[in-house]
Design a binder for this molecule. Sequence first.
Ligand code: C2E
Ligand code: MG
Ligand code: MG
Ligand code: MG
Length: 279
Amino acid sequence: AAKQRGPGNSVAYDPDIERRAGERFALMSRLGQDLQRDALFLVFQPQLCLSTGHIVGAEALLRWRTDTGLIPPGEFIPIAEKSAYIHAIGDQVVRQACTALKALNAAGLHEITLSVNVSGRQFDTPGLAERVAARCTEAGVDLHRLGLEITETAAMTNFGQVAQALRSYRAAGGLVAIDDFGTGLSSLEYLRDLPADHLKIDLSFVRHLEQDERSRQIARMIIKLGRSLGVGLIAEGVETRGQADWLRDNGCQTGQGWLFSRPLALPDFIDFCRQQSPR
Ligand code: C2E
Ligand code: MG
Ligand code: MG
Ligand code: MG
């Protein structure tokens, strides 16, 4: 385990660090095996228009099923990012999202969009936009139904490559959202050069909207910024009616969160769409 820390990183012996490194290594090798076994799957969290209550789309969130239960993405994505597995995972996510779009089409739900989360590492090799577009073509689904979500922090680590890939993705007709907006360590300067269709207001701002005037001020500012840049706003982590009403009244069009629905398995998501859509 000491070797994993790499040269020049020697630290005083700490059994806790040793144990955690061991756990990470074990998780990583299990992940490698499970990648071949379709143990990774997507769940879909509805996104609703805050003024009409109609469903407009969903965010696809990754889950890993193991013998010991579900492992959340916050635990295995950072580990996968330290290996080449993140590329295989990213490809599976896009493929499964395309399959889901086909199922939505078959159910007559042609307007619903899906967005997938992409890691900054997926931009290491150029051509991400083209790879995603190729998957959509293979599956026979329109690129304008599939969005990519990237956090500002991830975008910053490889800015030139990310901005270029996202620009060509949008030029080909795909949608782009900046995730967890306002929480990254970036300046506003990058927003000028990072093309996007949506800003996602981070749940840390949404959470305290009702109690905290400063959260409201920040949320107002993000909404104003988004509107003046001509991008749509999606609030994540909406848990109460009060939050949803405040967001709607202050110009945020779309909401996502437990108030409306937990992330759902595909068949349940399709049922949810049938209940919520206008027709
Ligand atoms: P994210 O993209 O910001 O996703 C939002 C997270 O908030 C999700 O956690 C979602 O389940 C959770 N959430 C939704 N509604 C509520 C709510 O009302 N209250 C609260 N407290 N939480 C809510 P999840 O599914 O555990 O995903 C965590 C993060 O893992 C995601 O954050 C995303 O950055 C990453 N992730 C998920 N799927 C993928 C993937 O396919 N690829 C990559 N690279 N990252 C992924
Ligand atoms: Mg996201
Ligand atoms: Mg987010
Ligand atoms: Mg997040």
